[in-house]
Design a protein around this ligand. Structure first.
Ligand SMILES: *Cc1c(COP(=O)(O)O)cnc(C)c1O
Length: 368
């Protein structure tokens, strides 16, 4: 029997049809393109910052939850240190919640598409059902649709600012969701992009809402997607449940060292300064895009990306790739036909991007 036949025989039934998450980095690998292109497809930061690494303890297993990182993040987020768990990116936080609270083949989660793809992928991987309450046409939550899932789901995932629409969820809507599911489901507010938004974080409301969970990451504003470091903030009872399912050494020592430096006061002010550069770039870029008649800006710009619709979606995407700028196709998402998403790059990448897009939409000047 070949390995493939053996795998076909042994593989878990619900995984047979499952496709791995089409992450930005899986769709375009660095070696697909001759030159190092402008990566504007994964909502990464364009800034690569310097850190020191001490190798003296690399022969030792790290702490499960290094106090230096937990304390620094708790202080940054304004929560108690017993309300924080650190994991391999916010993506692992999503997975831990599903594994701790959803019985495979029985329980369900609720998502509000168009939204971040990993909630559904993680659930499907563990044979947990996915219910959907699509966003309204203006990308606000459909509260009555959400309420209809009361007692039918264990986890409700709300992304604010939402990826890929860039819209903040109104505080008053989130309060309604927290109230509806009080006592029967956890409401997970994914704040991966919160640093780019003007809205206050929900981390300050943990004491008020025992069913509130907040997801955070160092991948976006802190420019550390490469170290895979995220945080889940919740009441200590929820944190204790997640600690039951997390790996014994989930935070590698080099990750902890770098995270600690990023969360120092110098690291935080550097992050804030870079966020302000990116927010200015984002405003300038969206003004220029808005002037192009074949482009319709979609959603809002509360995060570090811009979403837009154009009938020339595929041709524009191909033109940008050919010229070394990779952006992300979002057109397969619910209600986002013909939509593309641009992550804000550094000023020269943004300049090159807008020049290419303007060229693309300007008909060839014919010599008279
Ligand atoms: C990028 C992203 C994450 C994942 O962050 P990691 O910490 O890199 O795993 C989570 N949620 C949303 C909405 C994201 O866009």
């Amino acid at each position: 029997m070949s390995a493939q036949q053996l795998v076909d025989k042994l593989l878990i039934e619900n995984l047979k049809a499952l496709q791995p998450y089409q992450s930005a980095r899986r769709l375009f690998k660095s070696d697909d393109l001759a030159e190092q292109p402008g990566w504007l497809n994964a909502n990464e930061s364009p800034f690569a910052n310097e850190y020191n690494l001490n190798c003296e303890r690399l022969n030792r297993y790290p702490d499960c939850q290094p106090a230096s990182v937990i304390n620094a993040y708790a202080s940054y987020a304004g929560v108690n240190k017993d309300q924080v768990i650190c994991s391999r990116g916010a993506d692992e936080g999503i997975e831990l919640l599903i594994r701790a609270f959803c019985t495979p083949g029985q329980d369900k989660i609720l998502i509000c598409p168009p939204t971040y793809g990993m909630y559904a992928i993680s659930a499907e991987t563990f044979n947990v059902g996915v219910e959907k309450a699509p966003l309204k046409a203006d990308f606000s939550l459909d509260i009555s649709a959400i309420n209809s899932f009361k007692d039918k789901v264990k986890l409700v995932f709300i992304c604010s600012p939402n990826n890929p629409t860039g819209t903040d969820v109104a505080g008053q809507q989130l309060t309604q969701v927290l109230d509806t599911f009080a006592g029967n489901a956890l409401v997970v507010v994914d704040e991966a992009y919160f640093e780019f938004s003007q809205q206050a974080s929900w981390a300050g409301k943990l004491a008020q809402y025992p069913n509130l969970v907040v997801l955070r990451t160092l991948s976006k504003a802190f420019a550390l997607a490469g170290i895979r470091c995220g945080f889940t903030l919740a009441d200590n009872a929820v944190i204790q449940a997640l600690l039951k399912v997390i790996a014994p050494y989930p935070v590698p020592d080099p990750v902890a060292q770098i995270a600690k430096q990023a969360l120092s006061s110098a690291g935080i002010s550097q992050m804030q300064q870079q966020v302000s550069v990116l927010n200015d770039e984002k405003t300038a870029l969206s003004i220029e895009l808005g002037k192009i008649s074949q482009i319709e800006l979609v959603g809002d710009t509360a995060a570090n990306f811009i979403l837009f619709r154009t009938p020339a979606k595929q041709a524009l995407m191909d033109y940008l790739v050919k010229n070394g700028l990779i952006i992300r196709d979002q057109s397969r998402q619910l209600a986002l036909d013909n939509c593309l998403r641009i992550s804000i790059g550094n000023p020269s990448q943004n300049q090159r991007l807008i020049e290419l897009i303007q060229q693309f939409f300007t008909p060839e000047q014919t010599a008279s």
